[in-house]
Ligand binder design. Structure first.
Ligand code: SF4
Ligand code: SF4
Length: 288
């Protein structure tokens, strides 16, 4: 594993356990141990007063090109892997999407292999989903806003019984504590140190991922269905540092060009080095 705990020094106080953002430190067999989900961030070392946490035998893989290759090979993915990086400044050398555009359509381009990184902003967004991406709500006239909301209320093929139901649905998800200038979207191998990694999988591939993750962490991956693709896919991984799988909504599925058998998974990038490593540990990994 990347970092390790020197057992002869460890006082088993547990201070490091609750402070690991990847939940990679566990108690097992009367010892405190670091698992393969460690990403080498080093945060835990700040919480160990006896200096028991040191370097392990290998470093966590951080190279996004290698991680992309390993993920694709181990899962036999047929679509490409997208990454997202939230920024407060426009990065040098990154093209700015002029719009009007949908975030989900940009992801669809990446899944199809057209993954030149683009900066997506609320100004370029065609959709209220920019608020679900931490980019803030686009400014529109009140009449336009009311018409968009009324379009979702039930009747004539619409979705909700009234506006309160729309609000309750939104409140079920965490909200962004800040508004970002934009989000860079592109192929994983083209974005160094991204925040999130997302890609479509089929049922077997989701089974491999979720089994490996549960095996190593003791946690089940949460799944969402019934709301906007951006809301279900982005907020929980970014704000809770947890992976999700997501059915998407009709529009999102269409713009991402998801096939009927495909469902989205989204992981915080910090969990990807561990995920790639632990997939070999399950019997499912070589089953197909
Ligand atoms: S992920 Fe970070 S905090 Fe957790 S064990 Fe590894 S280095 Fe420590
Ligand atoms: S903080 Fe240090 S002493 Fe305490 S459990 Fe973790 S490694 Fe052991």
């Amino acid at each position: 594993m990347p970092l390790m705990i020197h057992q002869e020094l460890c006082a088993q106080c547990g201070s490091c356990i609750g402070n690991c953002p990847n939940r990679a430190i566990i108690r097992r067999g009367g010892r405190v141990l670091i698992t393969d989900m460690c990403c080498d961030c080093g945060i835990c070392t700040r919480y160990c007063s006896v200096g028991a946490i040191g370097k392990g035998e290998r470093r966590a893989e951080r190279d996004t090109t290698r991680l992309s290759q390993m993920l694709a090979e181990k899962l036999k993915l047929t679509r490409r892997i997208a990454a997202m990086k939230f920024v407060d400044e426009i990065p040098e050398g990154i093209a700015v999407e002029q719009g009007p555009q949908f975030w989900c359509a940009l992801c669809g381009d990446v899944f199809d292999g057209n993954g030149e990184p683009l900066l997506f902003t609320a100004a370029a967004s065609m959709c209220g989903g920019c608020a679900n991406l931490g980019l803030g709500a686009k400014r529109v006239a009140r009449e336009e806003f009311d018409a968009a909301l009324d379009g979702q209320v039930i009747g004539e093929g619409n979705l909700y019984s009234d506006r309160d139901v729309i609000a309750r649905n939104r409140d079920a998800f965490p909200q962004f504590p800040k508004i970002y200038k934009g989000v860079v979207v592109g192929l994983l191998e083209r974005i160094p140190a991204p925040d999130l990694v997302l890609f479509p999988v089929n049922g077997h591939q989701l089974c491999v991922i979720s089994t490996a993750f549960a095996f190593e962490t003791g946690e089940l991956i949460r799944g969402f269905a019934g709301k906007a693709t951006c809301l279900m896919t982005v907020t929980v991984p970014l704000l809770r540092n947890r992976p999700v799988f997501c059915a998407g909504d009709h529009g999102g599925r269409m713009f991402m060009r998801l096939r009927d058998e495909e469902i989205l998974v989204c992981f915080p990038f910090s969990l990807i080095p561990g995920l790639v490593h632990i997939m070999d540990k399950t019997v499912y990994a070589n089953a197909h």
